[in-house]
Design a protein around this ligand. Sequence first.
Ligand code: FAD
Length: 281
Amino acid sequence: MTSKIISCEFFPPRTEQGVQKLGKIREQLQILQPAYFSVTFGAGGSTQEKTFETVLDIQQSGAEAAPHLSCIGSTKENVLKLLQDYQAHDIRRIVALRGDKPSGWSGGEVGELRYANELVEFIRAKTGSHFHIEVAVYPEFHPQAHSAKEDLDYFKQKVEAGANSAITQYFYNADAYFRLIDSCAERGIDIPIVPGIMPIANFEQLVRFSDTCGAEVPRWLRWRLKDFGDDKESLQAFGVDVLTNLCERLLAGGAPGLHFYTLNQSRLTLEITKGLGLVKT
Ligand code: FAD
């Protein structure tokens, strides 16, 4: 097994059936010996509870769990309550984010903590060095950024506030990642920056999602994927090939690991990692 850091991201299932299914997916992914499984966090109340439950389920299985925690629309009091709950359960790693307002948002103003750097500062002020803090970074820049420079400067603020490492938004262009690493080095940012990897499961879903989140599906890839039409199996096999190549380039170029956006599925992540020689079966 490699010394690279592998991690896998889940979203919290909403049904009991989903919980059971995720348990199996997690067992299948254990073969990668991930450093941790992270669990996303929504701005709505019930999904936040589900994040907490999913995190505890993972932890009870003996694996390391890392909750995502966003500050948008929240209060310092609520954030502190969550931090204390996680601390009480000996959760040691957090993915700290600003978050996005969901469509149809009625939660009022932005919140007491306006940006992720303020959230990281708050976590450090309240919990010291208890948590390993991961933050987000965008090789193709955040959709609301005014300029590349400004976005990078704001990333630096998160690092200076106390982030230990970063996970990138997904991307399909390795150069965007390597340029990001160079720009960070120029700014004296030396924390590990782990590429986020999004396996390709569904063309329409990928395009829809990418348009809003600061990730680009390059024209050549869109066109190739579009040609598969309803042939999902061939599309996914092609996607595995593209992603395996991308990951190979990233790891060979010095990426410290890979963070898989699994969408609560294991097969594509396992096929990609098998192609990389990270699964010894
Ligand atoms: P920030 O770092 O705060 O940046 C947001 C924007 O504001 C950027 O345009 C930045 O340039 C600008 N900015 C930053 N700091 C300042 C400042 N001090 N002053 C002015 N402008 C500033 N979303 C969820 O809701 N739940 C999740 O679980 C989740 N998980 C994610 C995991 C990863 C690995 C990634 C990459 C993203 C995830 N997201 C999640 C999405 C994320 O919440 C959104 O992309 C959100 O819009 C930005 O979050 P951030 O933490 O990067 O924000």
